[in-house]
Ligand binder design. Sequence first.
Ligand code: SIN
Length: 273
Amino acid sequence: MAAVMTATRRDVNTKIGTELEGVTLLDLDQAGVDELKELVAERGVLFFRDQEMTLAQQVELGGRLGELHIHPAAKAPEGFPEVLLVHTDAESAYTAGNGWHTDVSCDERPPALSMLRLEQTPPSGGDTVWASMYEAYDTLSTSMQDYLCTLTAVHAGDKAYRGRYGYTGDREFPVSEHPVVRTHPVSGRKGLYVNMGFTSHIKGLRARESQALLDMLYDHIAYGINFQVRFQWEPNSVAIWDNRCVQHHASWDYFPETRHGYRVTTRGEVPFQ
Ligand code: SIN
């Protein structure tokens, strides 16, 4: 039997987030990796402790989760174009992911899974919080759900990346249109797919209408503590999340301490309703 089925599974709450004990990710066979993909589509984010691995091993494991994504803005570590360095220290002017977002939703085929492994954690703080977009959608009124299902949003890389990753005004970032509500290709559930990091506006609405509607949805997500989960990292912790059904927010409450790790991400499909 593949290793995920035999692991000790602890759902952190009923809506989102599961910690798996007794799994060594590098030892999973492809059947185990496939189970993991099914489970993350249901639970949104999976947590693992004590997963020591090299960058090359993380890339290899990521490649078994799916076709790897290349970040459109960040400079990758030498020799690892598919890796996003997640590093913050006393010299940092900002930290990646310090706001609610879905990874790189400006891409035409935005990310499916992200796998983040931290090697160094601050003495305290540096948690990440995830929110279920299934639940964010399900807890809206039927009238609002029906209306949102008629809408398309524009996601602009410029909104998230301008002034970051060494940007000097000389680059163009992806811009894509996606349905405001998308159906997850594995679970078949509907989820909200707009986020503060990348969504510039909703098509066909006046600017004030678009901003008011987006602000209402962002408040709904940020206040939605019944469908959020918070993870306290340790060195060699790994989180794998499904960007098609969650948003996340990294907290930067540890300045000037250092937090360091690496993310690999798989390409998803063109979002559909
Ligand atoms: C990210 O947005 O992928 C970074 C998340 C984190 O650093 O916790």
